[in-house]
Design a protein around this ligand. Structure first.
Ligand code: PMP
Length: 357
């Protein structure tokens, strides 16, 4: 039996993306060369970047008022790069902390200007999202994390504000339809819904980009990367190739509307199983804010964890341990995890509850 990979990231990739990547590793587009050997300034690679850029714009329904850029490094680098590009020492930026990733982003921003914490759900162990916010009107931007990968919370309706909105969408990008135009800047590390680790997608509204600081170190300047078409220096060619293949796969599924239906169905099914067996499972996240990507829960009987994790291993359910600081169970069901895989895990949960309840 093939393992089912519920890791939170790097995470499961669509089989088709893996198969195409194997082919490209051996013989990229009939060149007789591996994709690993392709020059980043060749026409063939430029075409991959251009097509991927267009696919992002199509999926996000963006017109020409946005720039799309692929950058080496993870989302953590963006935590720094955003305030480095946009926050002046005399200015304040708002940060909504709905999990450790938002907190880390705020810590980076403190190096560059004043950080105003607009909400911090730490008092609720980040098990809900605070939606009633008092947002001052003199903020440079407002930053939030669309999906909290650790506790499994997710924004369902983003704050309505005139302040430029910035979202770290690392763990739920392209998991559903969204009004992406609401945002001035969106970023996401690739290793969950976009492909392999090593590259981040950054989407920036042009008028917001024009407000950036100057001068900046060229390698950290968004504008320089955009002007160079994501090839300012040698980018992570293979990671970008996989990202491009993943975008194609999303389109082939029928785009974000179809993906959203699947994701809602998968998550709803699992949460229902957990609730049905609430004598065994403790689904701690506030119902309204439950993530469709990371289903997190605890076992009511602490003594059962070892048995549970062992049973998962025996059944080849991989990566179900909760994040190291919070423990429990986390099942990451990103786009590439299909319904039948989720049902298999659901059946397992039911059996485990019946024998251990
Ligand atoms: N933001 C979110 C929402 C995440 O889940 C993670 C971790 N996967 C990060 C940022 C950090 O990403 P990276 O390790 O790629 O820097």
């Amino acid at each position: 039996m093939k393992p089912i990979n519920f890791n939170s990231g790097p995470a499961a990739l669509p089989q088709q993306v893996i198969d195409n990547s194997i082919q490209a590793l051996q013989n990229f587009q009939q060149t007789g060369l591996s994709i690993l050997e392709i020059g980043h300034r060749t026409e063939k690679f430029k075409q991959i970047v251009e097509e991927a850029t267009q696919r992002v714009k199509n999926l996000m329904n963006l017109e020409n008022d946005f720039e799309v850029v692929f950058m080496a490094g993870g989302a953590t680098q963006q935590f720094m790069q955003i305030p480095y590009n946009f926050l002046r020492p005399t200015e304040s930026a708002g940060y909504i902390i709905n999990g450790i990733w938002g907190e880390k982003a705020a810590v980076e921003a403190e190096q560059w200007g004043t950080v105003k914490i607009i909400s911090n759900t730490a008092n609720y162990q980040h098990r809900l999202i605070e939606t009633k916010l008092n947002i001052p009107n003199n903020l440079r931007y407002l930053h939030l994390t669309s999906n909290n990968t650790v506790e499994g919370t997710q924004w369902k309706n983003f704050p309505s504000t005139e302040i430029p909105l910035i979202a770290d969408m690392s763990s739920d990008i392209f998991s559903k339809k969204l009004d992406f135009k609401k945002f001035s800047l969106i970023y996401a590390g690739a290793q969950k819904n976009l492909g392999a680790a090593g590259v981040s997608l950054v989407v920036i509204r042009k008028d917001f980009l024009q407000t950036k600081k100057n001068p900046l170190s060229p390698i950290l300047d968004y504008e320089k990367h955009i002007k160079a078409g994501s090839i300012l220096n040698t980018p992570p060619v293979f990671a970008i190739y996989i990202l491009a293949e993943t975008l194609k796969w999303i389109e082939l599924q029928g785009g974000l509307a179809t993906i959203e239906l699947e994701n809602n169905h998968k998550a709803q099914y699992l949460y229902e199983v957990l609730e049905k067996f609430s004598d065994v499972y403790d689904c701690i996240v506030n119902k309204e804010h439950r993530s469709t990507m990371n289903v997190c829960f605890y076992l009511k009987n602490e003594n059962l964890y070892e048995k549970f994790y062992n049973a998962c291993s025996e059944n080849k359910f991989i990566g179900v341990k909760g994040y190291r600081t919070v423990g429990g169970v986390r099942v990451s069901i990103y786009n590439a995890i299909n319904k039948s895989q989720v049902y298999q895990f659901g059946e397992f949960l039911i059996d485990f509850a019946k024998t251990n309840g």
